[in-house]
Design a protein. Structure first.
Length: 231
């Protein structure tokens, strides 16, 4: 069984502020990802790469098609299930790492990174220790761990976000430009962690504009241009 499979996925946006104008963006998106494989989505900006990740994660609902995410011994169709079940899949099987941190006021960086493990019922002491180890990997100074990241620089916030998103060992992992704006050392950290997740059997879909990073982590490329609906 594939860990992730998209078949015939079509998406049209409705522009409510423009009289309900319908704007088709993606048609017949079909590909699959096996456990331990990384598929890179390629193509020019505006062809729908990030939209595909949001469809898989359930942020967007598709008009047609199926998005099967393996959860244990079963496959859940993200395109068909109610929101409550999508939340369950996210907690147990589906991770999504973007470039941007949703900064939470008054919550420390360490707690923000540990939270996904705590939500998965990992004992807080264990979750905190694993979060601290991940922050060290991303070269976040220990003096910042107890502070809320809302006051951090953009680069520091990005590393907190990556630590949080990459810490849980999700069977399916979505990466949207995870190395954008990172220095060479931290790009290498991302590459190492992605390779570790692949060895552990994670199925990964990534958008990576850095050619060297893409070549280092991806097993195959999917050109999204063939799914894009011409404007």
């Amino acid at each position: 069984m594939h860990a992730l499979e998209l078949s015939g996925v079509t998406k049209t946006f409705t522009m409510h502020l423009q009289g309900g104008l319908r704007l088709p963006v993606l048609r017949d998106v079909s590909f699959s990802v096996a456990p331990g494989q990384c598929v890179a989505l390629t193509g020019p900006s505006g062809t729908g790469k990030s939209s595909i990740l949001k469809l898989i994660y359930g942020n967007y609902r598709c008009d047609e098609g199926h998005i099967l995410v393996r959860q244990g011994e079963t496959a859940v169709d993200i395109a068909a299930v109610p929101p409550r079940q999508i939340l369950s899949v996210r907690q147990n099987a589906l991770g999504y790492v973007t470039q941007f941190l949703r900064a939470v006021p008054r919550v420390s960086a360490l707690d923000i990174v540990a939270e996904p493990l705590v939500m998965k019922a990992v004992p807080r002491e264990d979750a905190t220790a694993r979060a601290a180890a991940m922050l060290k990997r991303f070269n976040v100074p220990e003096r910042l761990w107890s502070l809320p990241p809302a006051t951090f620089s953009g680069g520091e916030q990005q590393r907190i976000n990556l630590a949080r998103g990459l810490l849980p060992e999700h069977p399916v992992l979505l990466l949207d430009e995870p190395t954008a704006s990172l220095d060479a050392n931290n790009r290498a950290v991302v590459i190492d962690i992605v390779r570790e997740r692949k060895r552990q059997g994670a199925a990964i879909v990534a958008i990576v504009h850095d050619d060297e990073v893409r070549e280092a982590i991806s097993d195959t490329n999917v050109d999204v241009t063939k799914f894009a609906v011409a404007a």
